[in-house]
Design a protein around this ligand. Sequence first.
Ligand SMILES: [Zn+2]
Length: 282
Amino acid sequence: MLKLMRSAFLSSVFVAVAFTGAYAQTDLSIEQVKDGLYAIIGSGGNVGVRVTDEGVILIDDKFPRNFAEIQELVGTVSDLPVRYVINTHHHGDHAGGNVEYINIAEIIAHQNARDNMVRGNQDAPPRMVFTDQTAIYLGGVEVRAFYMGRGHTNGDAVIYFPDLRTVHGGDLLHGIAPFIDYGNGGSSKGWVETMNNILALDFDTAIPGHGAIMGREDVMNFRNQMEAVRLRMADLIRSGMPKSQASDRIRTPSLSWTMAENGLFMQRSIPGFYDEIAGELP
Ligand SMILES: [Zn+2]
């Protein structure tokens, strides 16, 4: 952070102003999820904080501007340094903090997530990647990262805390409505299968990429809505709906995602979603 500020600002006066501003604009808070597991909520993706006797493991690191406050909030639950960061995927609200954490911790992501970062010219892609699964063993704690298939992107990591029966789903789980990033390998068909794989894990609690902590039922409901919205789009296309009407006609009060504001998540995904479903029909 200091290095960045020194290069970004020419005088100490501006550093002081920028620092105050950074704190004034932010709205982060930390809440306990389980013993030894916390979530940092607010601007950007939800950060998982797994505390061990040998250091801290973070799941995601929000935007670069959030680094100082993440560090401060981690400091309220552990005196030990952040040793590892696992990126759930490449999006800047989840992996943007890599530009700072790359200097003090080992960052790990799925190979495809790293490829997406490199293709998108994102700073500080991880030095370590995995393909099927990997794990960190630190201070007697196991944190496992799985690749369970396509969904939000083609490089989503599902993080599993087996002793706590908890998962961090990244943006495979979303509190309002999901975004299918077709430009980076997203797939609604893959997403349902990936959800089935997540549900095969033994867990009772889930940290979503955005929104409030979920229970297993919420994760099941999320999976079911993905399936339902796919069936609805297929029915509409079969009835002859042109792509230009999909955004309006997909809306139905029984599927909360389709009612999310225009421009948000599901709505943003609609053109690609139409093409994906149309391509599946005989
Ligand atoms: Zn995302």
